[in-house]
Design a protein around this ligand. Structure first.
Ligand SMILES: [Zn+2]
Length: 185
């Protein structure tokens, strides 16, 4: 399925609030409700929308300890450890970087023991404070229509206006669009 600007806008609104009504989406994007409904249906059927999910607030979560672990080699068994939530191959002396989340210090020590069994010499750092945590904004594969000139582009310039993303093929179109919006007010 090839995504277009409208699909992307619908996805972004649902990402912000998966309970947003079709009516509200239709209003925001200037579409009819049946269009919104059928677009979302298509996104689901094509596996673009996997599920509508919930983000649980920190208040409800047990105080966890986050660990960053560097290791020299990847043992396949590491992939099966549930506490390890991310693994990257990186440049540097120790080419494996892992992030783990454990329930307490005892669990942290147990995990470190297990890992050194698998990977030998490891370095474990305990995260003291999380200053910023955001999912990387995924870049979606789509064909965007420039909201100013109507040409299509795969690499749009994104400008958020009234909570809805606008897409432009080039800085000139963005500039012209912004000027037109200013003048229409
Ligand atoms: Zn353009």
């Amino acid at each position: 399925m090839r995504l277009d600007s409208t699909d992307i806008r619908i996805l972004k609104l649902l990402e912000d609030d998966s309970r947003i009504s079709h009516k509200r989406i239709a209003e925001l994007l200037n579409l009819s409700r049946p269009t919104v409904k059928s677009r979302i249906g298509k996104l689901i059927n094509n596996g673009i929308i996997k599920r509508f999910t919930v983000q649980i607030g920190k208040e409800a979560l047990k105080e966890n300890i986050t660990l960053f672990i560097m290791a020299s080699s990847l043992n396949k068994k590491i992939l099966e450890i549930d506490e390890i939530v991310e693994i990257y191959r990186v440049t540097g002396e120790k080419p494996l970087l892992m992030k783990a989340v454990v329930g307490g210090m005892k669990e942290a020590v147990e995990l470190a023991d297990k890992l050194s069994e698998f990977s030998g010499d490891i370095v474990v750092e305990i995260a003291l404070e999380n200053l910023k945590s955001e999912e990387a904004e995924p870049v979606l594969k789509a064909e965007y229509t420039c909201d100013y000139c109507g040409s299509t582009t795969n690499t749009p310039i994104i400008f958020k206006h009234h909570n809805v993303e606008r897409y432009f093929c080039c800085p000139v179109c963005l500039k012209n669009y912004r000027r037109a919006v200013r003048e229409s007010r």
